[in-house]
Design a protein around this ligand. Structure first.
Ligand code: COA
Length: 416
């Protein structure tokens, strides 16, 4: 099978989630990804939130598939020499250490360029270079707060709320992957590497683009017509939290279905698409709304949109979320059931498409993970197990020209 990134060697000097998510995706598409880990412990996620004693945690296995693991103490002279050799024969180095850690280790961008002018150095940090918070260490929720996601998520009478989607971590990694591939194509034109950096704050902000749109509209108009606060509530000078309101021009809401009293996910998301108003009226048994001037235009509906959703909820009362969607899909209404992780894990369509895959693992037995969300006509990314700590140390060292005795000396956890 054609693996377009085959032949690209990546030093994966990443940990936790943001960096590993990026390099994992590149590995799926064929890159040779060598994860450099601290001897003895490795990536902290190997041991975080373990579900089986002494076995790599799912946190690690789900973010590090298709990689090799090289253990190396890069603070020792011997370890630094190995890393230098690796830099000379690699195309990309990805890192997401705290600010300044790579410089302190002796691998500044200037030094890396000396070693390999074609090298692409890709970094994730919490904030961008020169930002007044550039010295801060950052985790997911910190980034969601700093990037505008938290202030615009949740309920207007509650506190800022973070999303469970990894907007700060994996999302930043995905941005970085785009940056790496862009720099790689650039290198084919110029012969030179370059530094690529994505800050978690910027990556979150990029996904909150429409909320910035709303701030600019609010500054001009003083109100936002698609928010639940309009027209009966009040607006301040900042974008409010809009609960489950649809973020674009189509009003939407999460609606209760049969069984919501006991099932926390017995809901659907329902969207009132302007041009689909008549099919909505037909679907929910309200044909009279098709000609009633209080309902025929989006502007007329907006002041009582929550009452409209209330009526739709009445209609949903005796239907499960699946039954409701099966009816609504016939009317071309954009909607979906609210799905739990359990339902997603067992979803036949996701299994069939490779979006959820089962991967055999040396010590775990096997594990389920999320496969490639990107589908190609000529590439079916095959997800292979995450490596055990140091599993490929010998192989990588010998490919760098080290002999048996030298490998023995470097291999052990005792290298200090
Ligand atoms: N051999 C020897 N030392 C190693 C090593 C190896 N193979 N790999 C890492 N280290 C050292 C680093 O040199 C650094 O040492 P120093 O601080 O003494 O210079 C240290 O390990 C790692 O430091 P750091 O990355 O700051 O770890 P941390 O656990 O304190 O912080 C984060 C974790 C995620 C908060 C921090 O890395 C960070 O802010 N990263 C950037 C943003 C980011 O990616 N955050 C989200 C991750 S999901």
């Amino acid at each position: 099978m054609n693996k377009p990134l085959q032949g690209i060697r990546i030093i994966d000097f990443t940990h936790v989630q943001a960096g590993p998510a990026c390099t994992q995706m590149l590995a799926w598409f064929g890159a040779d990804v060598i994860k450099v880990e601290r001897p003895g412990s490795g990536d902290v996620t190997r041991s975080q939130l373990r579900d089986i004693p002494d076995v790599d945690a799912l946190y690690f296995t789900m973010l590090n598939s298709n990689k090799k693991s090289l253990t190396l103490d890069t603070k020792t002279q011997a370890g630094k020499e190995v890393l230098e050799k690796l830099i000379k024969v690699s195309d990309v180095m990805v890192e997401n250490f705290g600010p300044g850690a790579l410089d302190r280790m002796g691998f500044s961008w200037e030094r890396i360029q000396e070693l390999n002018p074609k090298m692409i150095l890709a970094s994730v940090k919490g904030f961008s270079d020169g930002h007044h918070y550039e010295d801060l260490k950052v985790y997911e929720n910190v980034a969601q707060c700093a990037g505008g996601a938290a202030s615009t998520t949740g309920w207007w009478d509650g506190p800022p709320t973070v999303s469970s989607a990894a907007l700060g971590d994996s999302n930043t990694g995905m941005h970085l992957a785009i940056g790496i591939l862009t720099a790689y194509i650039g290198r084919q034109q110029t012969g030179k590497g370059q530094k690529v950096a994505v800050s978690m704050q910027d990556a979150v902000l990029n996904l909150c683009r429409v909320k910035m749109r709303d701030q600019l509209r609010l500054d001009r108009l003083g109100y936002l017509e698609e928010y639940p606060q309009y027209p009966h509530g009040t607006f301040s000078d900042v974008v409010p939290r809009g609960g489950n309101a649809g973020g674009g021009g189509q009003p939407g809401w999460v609606l209760k279905c049969k069984g919501w009293e006991t099932d926390p996910n017995a809901y659907i998301y329902f969207t009132v698409q302007g041009h689909a108003w008549e099919p909505i009226c037909d679907a929910i048994g309200k044909p009279e709304w098709k000609t009633d001037p209080n309902y025929t235009t989006a502007k007329a509906r907006q002041p009582h949109i929550m009452d409209i959703f209330g009526t739709i909820e009445e209609w949903l009362k005796d239907k499960t979320k699946y039954e409701a969607v099966d009816i609504l899909r016939k009317f071309d209404i954009p909607c979906a059931p609210v799905l739990s992780m359990k339902e997603l894990l067992n979803d036949e369509s996701l299994r069939k498409s490779g979006s959820i895959v089962e991967v055999p693992h040396k010590t775990r037995g096997s594990y389920f993970t999320v496969g490639s969300p990107i589908k190609f006509s000529d590439l079916k990314p095959e997800v292979t197990a995450s490596p055990l700590l140091g599993e490929n140390t010998d192989e990588v060292l010998s490919s760098l020209g080290y002999n048996g005795d030298q490998i023995k000396a470097l291999h052990s956890d005792k290298v200090v």
